[in-house]
Design a protein around this ligand. Structure first.
Ligand SMILES: Cc1ncc(COP(=O)(O)O)c(C=O)c1O
Length: 424
């Protein structure tokens, strides 16, 4: 239908599908969702408006929407063992803003992880609303271990008396000691919010420690390792429920995106299966396999390894910047992102490192053997940057891996695509 109405858009969509299918996706925040998630996200729920919450709506005709949203809430509570959940935030940033709106006033102090050392923009970076409305103080890593410097967190907390301490990161490959964060928060009378967006799937599967027993608030996306709906979630102690509900709607949002709310319900159901837990174990095992191959090839992995789905590769000893590596790997169909390494001497547009994540390719069925093969391709490409012959051969190897592990192809889900699923 789409191709008949808008060929230009249909062509761009088809090309994006071919790109996803025929390249190796190593961006740590991405994953390939199950086809049923695509089905729900593209469903008739987009037609409905439902401001408010189940049983107290500002629109009529919400009986089934109420069922769907309640399903998402109850499944989230069951999956993560939390007392309260709000499944309406449109995104991860909105989930964080929802918590801020619920408990902070403009000018209040927040203490979050430095963006340049692995934190997220919405944890107090200057360019974000979180760093402009609130007085943001940043903690970082210990320069020797490249692990979170908990002593520094404590010192800064005692000095600045934040109302909210934020744990969680976008580029940190190690377990986070949530208990320690809570002890620091208690010592200075602060709330603790953990943004587990990157590791939520691992947490759900028991592969990563859960922040739920320690944090007053836990936020997440249902994308990334959760491998599901586009959007955000806030979990909290029950007592904060009414404040969070009011903060999300009408505080920062209007009507929820109901196809996303429904897809969150499905995401949580899928995350309770043994298949999902196996996938998450494989995601972590694949990251370890990739990191150790790169290390054995002379590449320094920040902090010496990984406990989760991602790693940061320090490229300085190889005389290549993160930007160059990203562009160079892109020419053979491997997608990574340039990333600051801790205490990076390079500017954010250039960087000295790349971030690699294993969720997306693991969800296509790749295991340790293929991860090592990909790591080998990366090493060869970066070490023969000026050799078009090598590049040509590596590009073929990338395509061969992609053909062996097709995305939504040779399966009935190809029907869901708005165009014939043609491989290039
Ligand atoms: C830790 C963390 N929190 C929040 C977000 C933001 O999520 P969204 O892009 O859905 O707003 C990200 C995105 O990558 C993230 O890494």
């Amino acid at each position: 239908m789409l191709a008949a109405i808008d060929l230009e858009l249909a062509t761009a969509l088809r090309n994006e599908f071919i790109r996803q299918n025929m390249t190796i996706e190593l961006i740590a925040s991405e994953s390939f969702v199950p086809p049923a998630i695509l089905e729900v996200q593209g469903s008739i729920l987009t037609n409905k408006y439902a401001e408010g919450y189940p049983g107290r709506r500002y629109h009529g005709g919400c009986q089934f929407i109420d069922e769907i949203e309640s399903m998402a809430i109850e499944r989230c509570k069951q999956l993560f063992g939390c007392e309260y959940a709000n499944v309406q935030p449109h995104s991860g940033v909105n989930a964080n803003l929802g918590v801020f709106m619920a408990i902070l006033k403009p000018g209040d102090t927040i203490l979050g992880m430095d963006l340049q050392q692995g934190g997220h923009l919405s944890h107090g970076a200057r360019v974000s609303i979180s760093g402009q409305v609130y007085r943001a103080v940043a903690y970082g890593l210990n320069p020797d271990s490249e692990l979170i410097d908990y002593d520094q967190v404590r010192e800064l907390a005692k000095k600045h008396h934040p109302k909210l301490i934020i744990a969680g990161a976008s580029a940190y490959s190690r377990f986070i000691d949530y208990k320690r964060f809570r002890e620091i928060a208690d010592e200075v009378g602060a709330y603790l919010m953990v943004d587990m967006a990157h590791v939520a799937g691992l947490v759900a599967a028991g592969v990563h420690p859960s922040p739920v027993p320690y944090a007053h608030f836990v936020t997440t996306t249902t994308t990334k390792t959760m491998r599901g709906a586009r959007g955000g979630v806030i979990m909290a102690l029950k007592e904060f429920g009414p404040r969070i509900d009011r903060a999300v709607f009408p505080g920062i949002q209007g009507g929820a995106i109901l196809q996303n709310v429904a897809a969150k319900a499905l995401t949580f159901k899928l995350a309770m299966t043994e298949e999902f837990r196996n996938l998450q174990r494989q995601v972590a095992a694949n990251a370890k396999a990739m990191a150790s191959f790169l290390q054995n090839s002379g590449y320094r992995i920040v902090s010496g390894g990984t406990d989760n789905h991602l790693m940061l590769v320090d490229l300085r000893s190889k005389g290549i910047t993160g930007k160059e590596a990203e562009e160079c790997l892109d020419t053979i169909g491997i997608t990574v992102n340039k990333n600051m390494i801790p205490f990076d001497p390079a500017v954010p547009d250039i960087t000295s490192g790349i971030r690699i994540g294993t969720t997306a390719m693991t969800s296509r069925g790749l295991k340790e053997t293929e991860m090592k093969e990909i790591a080998q391709i990366i090493v060869e490409r970066l070490e023969h940057r000026d050799d078009p012959l090598v590049a040509g051969k590596l590009k073929e190897r990338v395509k061969s891996i992609c053909r062996r592990f097709p995305l939504y192809l040779e399966r009935e889900e190809a029907q869901l695509l708005p165009f014939p699923a043609v491989e290039s």
